[in-house]
Design a protein. Sequence first.
Length: 249
Amino acid sequence: RLKEHAVKELETYTDEAIYAAYSPLKEGHDRGDYSIRLHLEGFFWTPRELMGFEPVLYAFYDEPELLKDMNDFICAVYKEKAMKVIEILQPDVVYFNEDLSGVNGPLISPECFEEFVGVYYRELIPMMKERGVGNVIVDTDGEFSRLIPNFIACGVDGFLPMDVNAGMDIVKIRDMFTRLKFIGGYNKLMIAEGREAIDKEFERILPVIRGGGFIPGADHQVPPSASLENYRYYIKRLKEVMCQSGADL
């Protein structure tokens, strides 16, 4: 029933509608006035949203054909509709929501990843890059280092938010995977600790900033315990350290 509903909704997403929605952005983007990010939901994220965390994890073993049916459908829609968007307007970043890891590691094994998630990235990412997409970035919270080689093999260029308190140290990970790109990576909890802590955290990630391919920022939502004064200081320092972006290239 969900597929039938989606097919009916997609009838309004015609080639003409796609062109009308996205073509007005092309001139300013091509001129360099702004960057473009195309935001999509991934192949762990969408079944999880439909089923819930615990049911979807059981489904990898109890209902594998259901998961594949969901993701086959999603992939087909992206191949038909998202590619038409990309042909009009080449995004600097295609951004996939996944959230397939927790504080203790990935929620699925590399084997499950390859069978249920990676197979679709392997189809889509080459098509996107052939059409001019600059970078494919995956959003997952938690500790997912075990899956980084699998993502790279699928054509993924980088990750966000690089959750420091889950153990994702971008300095160490960049040393291991030298071409990875990052967004985030700054320990959000330090913003609430005051100026000295804010400066120290910028010093920690400065080697990656100087190496390029990194947009630093809070590694998730800024905590409510952060004062406005500390947040303003964090933004001031962020602007200053970003002047060193790519200095070592």
